[in-house]
Design a protein around this ligand. Structure first.
Ligand SMILES: C[S@@+](CC[C@H](N)C(=O)[O-])C[C@H]1O[C@@H](n2cnc3c(N)ncnc32)[C@H](O)[C@@H]1O
Length: 292
């Protein structure tokens, strides 16, 4: 099949669920990943031929996407902070706003310790833990999740070449229930920095979510009850009180609808300089807090 025909067919298939433009972007991204073609290949090489088995593979991948499966689960990869992470349906697909959390931590003005120790609670794919470990070579990162599937994905991210080249230390992944508190985890610290992107979508917000998220991403990673949506932040504050160094600080990603309430959790827990940080769309997205 000609590449241009495959693109047309893919766009037509996927646009049963997505707008044409988004569908075309998904087709280009998939083909770039699968065949190594570029978005202009079919224009500069109109007779570019795709082998039968590859075309068949692509057509069945397009059907999965048309049924709502996110592109990243179909390819098995998601890009985050300039690196490629392995993803499976056991982990949340890393989101662009979470890159901003990493950027905030990675600001040189943010950490006084040259080589910090970092604790990442609710690590999922390990995107935050790995990014900080790789961006700050030498940083010792401990990362926690309750899900065996997520821990398997996080610990098998393939950054062996980069760690060997830069001397960055791979994060240590630990299975623990964040809600059970730090003492049950065996993690001792102390840490300079605590980061977390815990589940924070309220059950009642499900109605506003697209089916590709709702039907395919792990509910364990996403949802909290309407009655107690800040349960993870109270637990994170407890970990921070126990394990942060006296001059340590934390940054957590939050539900944009609960900025002041989440900030209040940390203020009430005795932290100083609690501050809401907005994302690029001007929504309340992170809370930062300090031990002193
Ligand atoms: C919103 S996802 C964040 C994943 C990743 N940090 C990111 O930013 O993409 C939340 C993660 O919390 C984990 N989780 C849910 N309940 C937990 C608990 N009680 N203790 C530890 N981890 C939990 C889920 O398995 C999931 O990986």
């Amino acid at each position: 099949m000609l590449l241009k025909e495959l693109i047309l067919k893919g766009t037509e298939t996927i646009s049963s669920l997505y707008h044409d433009r988004e569908a075309k972007e998904m087709v280009y991204a998939f083909l770039e990943h699968q065949l190594g073609t570029k978005r202009h290949t079919h224009i500069v090489e109109p007779m570019y031929e795709v082998a039968d088995d590859q075309a068949e593979g692509a057509l069945s991948a397009f059907l999965r996407m048309a049924a709502g499966e996110p592109l990243q689960y179909v390819t098995g990869f998601a890009d985050f902070y300039g690196r490629r992470f392995r993803v499976t349906p056991d982990v949340l697909i890393p989101r662009p706003e979470t890159e901003l959390l990493c950027r905030n931590v990675n600001e040189p003005s943010e950490h006084s310790a040259t080589i910090p120790t970092i604790l990442d609670l609710c690590t999922g794919s390990g995107c935050i833990a790995w990014t900080l470990a790789l961006e700050m070579p030498g940083a010792e990162v401990t990362a926690v999740d309750i899900s065996d599937g997520a821990l398997e994905v996080a610990s098998s991210q393939d950054f062996a070449e980069e760690t060997a080249r830069t001397g960055a230390l791979p994060p240590v992944f630990v299975k623990a229930d964040v809600l059970a508190g730090p003492s049950a985890s065996g993690i001792a610290g102390p840490y300079d920095i605590l980061v977390s992107n815990p589940p924070y979508v309220m059950d009642k917000e499900k109605a506003l979510m697209r089916s590709n998220v709702l039907d395919h991403e792990p509910h364990l990673a996403l949802f909290v009850s309407d009655e107690d949506p800040l349960v993870f932040y109270r637990a994170v504050a407890d970990w921070a009180r126990t394990l942060l160094k006296p001059d340590g600080f934390g940054i957590v990603e939050i539900n944009e609808a609960l900025g002041p309430e989440t900030s209040e959790v940390f203020r009430k827990a005795g932290f100083f300089r609690t501050e809401i940080i907005k994302d690029l769309s001007d929504r309340d997205r992170f809370v930062r807090f300090s031990r002193s």
